[in-house]
Design a protein around this ligand. Structure first.
Ligand code: DGJ
Length: 719
């Protein structure tokens, strides 16, 4: 830690500054390489005057002191998209926020939280802006708390988590969009004058058509190693909105928060409206550094058990779908053990009796073991798996039901639906109205009872297979426009309760593929399911996209039978994340099994480097018919390189791939691993030693002339 930061932090920690109309004051938020500066003008309006490199002395950074109002308010003199807009009880829709006080608290050597209190000059309205800076990770979290003391509820129509102002010659946005099974299409565009909005209106999930994360490059597109950019993501599992607005002076405002769409919020007096956190990093050294900042922050602060190890597992979904019984499962426990995985994960289809869950038309909501498939119950399965040397995990979809269920028969009013229109099904199911405390108690109890009865359950896959449509909450009555926001808050309240009781239990967040890929959810989950598409060719792009924002140990990647590629290719792609299998092991030819057993063993050896190491994206599959990614441990003594050849044209001349992140002076042994039984290493540099300098400047001949092939290389510093 730099001494000047500590010093600055200590001074600020002691300074709770009450504002009076006098000279302009500066609020300085720093990380090791970035700085964000606000200025309080003599009239106590708040301005954002700097976002960029952490240059010293701090006063240098305030040349543009009153460039743009921070957290701008609607209804006054601000003529662009506001961060906040409120309709008061008298019908006026104006706000005029002035700084009342600000204060920085030093939480520890690495983390300081700045709180800026804004008060309206006429109405009893308070907005507190929070900026939590993580010094060594170069990450800042920003959120707002809105409250009032008017006589009746006010209506807030805009409620951003963050408003950032940037001034550059040009702005280049990288967004990620898609659909089910084709998540994370990466697209770059230059922002032009006016507004560009990226949002979602899916209610129970954030991601599907648009992803709640972006890269914003300044003065030209950034590369992996060069260029200035901001990488940001919203920690919210529901409707989100990013607004990028370039004004007449070519300044850019970036608003990030919950989507205000259909969500005018009725806020009761003396109640806090807390926005979700917007998490961002500024990098002057390209996208790779921005990602490493976010990965470090996530593992240290953002993801449940981010520093812990993960279970390798065998899942039965692709292999059996709904068709299994105790005997089949018992065989699968053996297969999980044979492969060498830590855990068996029982997927959808194990529950419901009156309307058995034999396909996706019935049974959802009736969480009792199906007596025909599992006559001896879950407890027996847990015991049997444990006796066979594997842990047992289970699939749940707690927020949903099929209308064909006992739960629906008993409680037809526990679902989200419009009272005067027909129910609208997606995957034959409806969303439970968890805003209703009775319903959220039911959901909590269902999970809690299951874990209490079966303490051996070692893992949960929490699914959510539909977005909201025709959504109305029977519970909310007249406050229907609170629905989208209150739903996500209720979900987090259930998860909060569960985490208090089960703080360690590993859980995967899944939403019909990659519908929930956000740090709002990952506070409670150890990993997420990025896509139902496990074709390794597509997965290279999908995993590449997520890797901008999430570390490898949070991205669940399974070897399945999707795609026609070799087992080696499928395995080498899945090893880039948290490795699992969802494949019929019993039908594997002997060599496939041998290869997979070796792969699981190698993965276990290397998972600390992959999951905890620094990631370097070396070759972008969107730019070439090949891809390469590597991970390096913190003392640069071990690295793993994954290289994939996609669909090269005849006689493509590949250049060697230059590595990154090694120590130039160190000598490294290069070894190709994950070789299919009976094949030889194809890497010319296999089993030879090279300096880090050589590997980073000359590189390795990892790309092949053959389409859909892959090479995995273990790089170890000589003792
Ligand atoms: C959707 C998930 O993405 C799949 O992995 C599987 O769990 C199914 N749901 C089960 O219904």
């Amino acid at each position: 830690m730099k001494r000047n930061h500590l010093y600055c932090g200590l001074i600020l920690a002691m300074l709770g500054v009450q504002i009076s109309a006098s000279a302009q004051k500066q609020i300085d938020i720093q990380t090791s390489h970035s700085g964000l500066v606000f200025t309080v003008a003599p009239n106590n309006k708040l301005y954002q005057s700097y976002l960029g490199k952490n240059i010293q002395p701090a006063t240098v950074r305030t040349a543009n002191a009153t460039a743009r109002e921070a957290y701008a308010q609607g209804g006054g003199s601000f003529l662009f998209q506001p961060a906040i807009r409120m309709v008061h009880t008298d019908g006026s829709a104006s706000l005029d926020l002035r700084v009342a006080e600000y204060h920085t608290t030093r939480v520890n050597d690495n983390n300081s939280v700045t709180r800026i209190v804004l008060k309206d000059s006429v109405y009893p309205v308070t907005v507190q802006l929070f900026l939590s800076s993580f010094y060594k990770e170069d990450v800042i979290k920003s959120w707002a708390v809105i409250s009032h003391k008017e006589k009746k509820p006010v209506r807030i129509t805009n409620f951003a988590s963050s408003m950032l102002n940037l001034h550059a010659d040009s702005y280049w946005l990288t967004q990620f969009h898609g659909d089910w099974a084709e998540e994370m299409h990466e697209e770059d565009s230059k922002l032009t004058s006016g507004m560009k909005v990226i949002d979602s209106k899916l209610g129970s999930r954030a991601n599907m058509y648009q992803t709640p994360a972006f890269l914003l490059s300044l003065n030209g597109p950034s590369t992996e190693t060069e260029g200035e950019l901001v990488a940001g993501t919203l920690a919210w599992s529901g409707n989100f909105q990013f607004v990028f607005e370039v004004d007449e002076k070519n300044q850019l405002n970036v608003l990030s928060g919950i989507n205000p769409y259909a969500s005018d919020y009725q806020l009761e007096p003396n109640t806090d409206f807390t926005t979700p956190e917007f998490i961002f990093t500024y990098s002057a050294k390209g996208r790779g550094q921005a990602s490493r900042n976010l990965h470090n922050w996530a593992r240290n602060h953002g993801v449940l058990n981010g520093k812990g190890s993960r279970y390798t597992l065998l899942n039965n979904w692709e292999a059996t779908q709904f068709d299994f019984d105790e005997q089949k499962l018992s065989g699968l426990f053996d297969e999980a053990r044979l492969l060498g995985t830590d855990l068996f994960l029982l997927d959808d289809g194990w529950f419901a009796n009156k309307y058995p869950r034999n396909d996706d038309h019935a049974g959802l909501g009736d969480w009792q073991e199906n007596k025909k498939k599992l006559p001896s119950g879950l407890g027996h399965l847990v015991k049997e798996a444990t006796a066979k040397g594997v842990k047992f995990g289970i699939w749940l979809e707690p927020e949903m039901l099929n209308p064909k269920s006992e739960l629906y028969e008993k409680h037809p009013n526990w679902v989200l639906k419009l009272q005067n229109r027909p129910e609208d099904y997606f995957r034959n199911q409806l969303v439970l109205d968890i805003i209703n405390p009775e319903v959220s108690e039911f959901v909590y109890k269902m999970v809690d009872d299951m874990l209490t009865k079966n303490p051996g359950i070692a893992y949960i896959k929490w699914d959510c297979n539909r977005m909201m449509t025709n959504a109305g909450s029977p519970y909310l009555g007249e406050k229907q426009s609170n629905l989208y926001i209150d739903y996500v808050r209720s979900l987090y309240a259930i998860l909060d309760r569960l985490r208090k009781k089960y703080p360690e239990l590993p859980m995967m967040l899944c939403s019909g593929g990659g519908g929930r890929t956000d740090y709002g959810g990952l506070k409670y989950f150890t990993e997420f399911w990025p896509s139902d598409n496990t074709d390794p060719y597509d997965r290279i792009f999908i995993q590449w996209g997520y890797s901008y924002f999430f570390p490898a140990n949070t991205i669940a990647c399974h070897v399945t039978s999707w795609g026609k590629q070799s087992l080696k290719f499928r395995t080498d792609v899945a090893m880039m994340g948290r490795l699992g299998y969802d494949i019929d092991v019993a039908r594997m030819p002997e060599n496939d099994l041998k290869f997979s057993q070796q792969a699981v063993a190698s993965y276990k050896n290397l998972s600390a480097v992959i999951g905890q190491g620094d990631q370097y994206r070396l070759v972008n599959p969107n730019q070439q018919q090949r891809a390469a990614v590597m991970y390096v441990d913190s003392n640069k003594s071990k690295a793993v390189l994954f290289a994939y050849t996609l669909q090269p044209r005849y006689s493509t001349n590949w250049t060697p791939v230059k590595l990154q992140g090694l120590e130039a002076a160190k000598l490294y042994m290069v070894k190709e691993i994950n070789l299919y039984p009976g094949t030889q290493a194809s890497l010319p540099e296999h089993n030879k030693q090279y300096t880090g300098e050589y590997l980073m400047n000359v590189g390795l001949q990892v790309s092949s002339a053959n389409p859909l092939t892959s090479t995995v290389v273990e790089i170890t510093a000589a003792p």
